[in-house]
Design a protein around this ligand. Structure first.
Ligand code: SF4
Ligand code: MG
Length: 271
């Protein structure tokens, strides 16, 4: 049961939620709420955006300023909100398809601009809501409704993509480590710039249904057994890391934040 201060952030009138029993997304939502409470955030000064998908139902359950937008475009809305009201704490939740396929362009440019938004990518390696289609993070060889003979497309590494595109804080955890999820979200919120926290999640109803080759039972034990902390991963070979999920902080760097640069530009033009 969530603590009372966490419960005050929940719109209980919208429960029961739509997520399947055993879905990992509830663990992420609880970690996010604990992070917001721990950071002393005010719900009236916090904006939470989402696109389309199971992950994107999350803001509907949270008692703050929320926007449920179009597929893949939530970062464009979040960017507009942060631009208009830089004093707000702005967060964005996305699924793997929402972030790296339909919204891929918005994602790389938000990273490039280093705008002060915390993006939480709920990566379950599949399109859950729409019926188990392969996404850009579905592992090679995995079965999905659109890859009935096994996926042949190489996958995106969301964290490497974010790092290469310029995000100033990049980290990964899994739903098997909710304490780490909370800590990383807190660091993302504290970072003055674009923060990406990828949380590898489960979709046992869609991913497990078609994916007989990998993760046949997509439960919490899979994540416990296959998560490898970054420090340990550095001592392992590429073969040993195959199929593992490296977790921890990959990037934490100071770089100019977009809304501050924009304000400086306005000041300079106005003389
Ligand atoms: Fe979760 Fe998958 Fe069910 Fe969507 S379809 S709620 S991602 S388990
Ligand atoms: Mg997904």
């Amino acid at each position: 049961m969530p603590r009372p201060e966490v419960l005050s952030w929940i719109r209980q009138q919208f429960f029961p939620h739509v997520w399947c029993p055993g879905c990992g997304h509830g663990i992420i939502m609880h970690a996010l709420l604990r992070a917001l409470v721990a950071e002393g955030k005010d719900p009236t000064k916090t904006a939470l955006c989402s696109g389309i998908g199971c992950s994107s139902r999350l803001p509907g359950y949270i008692n703050t300023c929320t926007v449920h937008t179009t597929h893949g475009r939530s970062l464009a809305f979040a960017t507009g909100i942060k631009h208009a009201k830089p004093e707000l704490t702005v967060l964005d939740v996305m699924g793997d398809g929402d972030c790296s396929a339909i919204g891929g362009n918005h994602f790389i440019h938000a990273c490039r601009r280093n705008i002060d938004i915390t993006a939480i990518v709920m990566n379950n390696n599949i399109y859950g809501m729409t019926g188990g289609q392969a996404s850009p993070t579905t592992p090679v060889g995995s079965y999905a409704t659109t890859t009935p003979y096994g996926a042949i497309d190489p996958t995106f590494d969301i964290c490497k993509l974010a790092e290469g595109a310029g995000a100033s804080f990049v980290a990964r955890s899994t739903i098997a480590n909710p304490v780490q999820c909370e800590q990383l979200i807190r660091k993302g919120i504290q970072n003055k710039g674009f923060s990406v926290i990828e949380i590898v999640s489960s979709c046992h109803t869609q991913y497990g249904r078609k994916n007989k080759r990998r993760r046949p039972i997509d439960n919490i034990n899979f994540f416990k057994e296959n998560a490898v902390p970054l420090a340990k991963a550095k001592t392992m070979t590429e073969e040993e890391l195959a199929g593992k999920i490296v977790t921890g902080e990959f990037v934490s760097r100071q770089s100019p934040e977009y809304t501050e640069q924009y304000q400086k530009l306005i000041d300079r033009v106005r003389g």
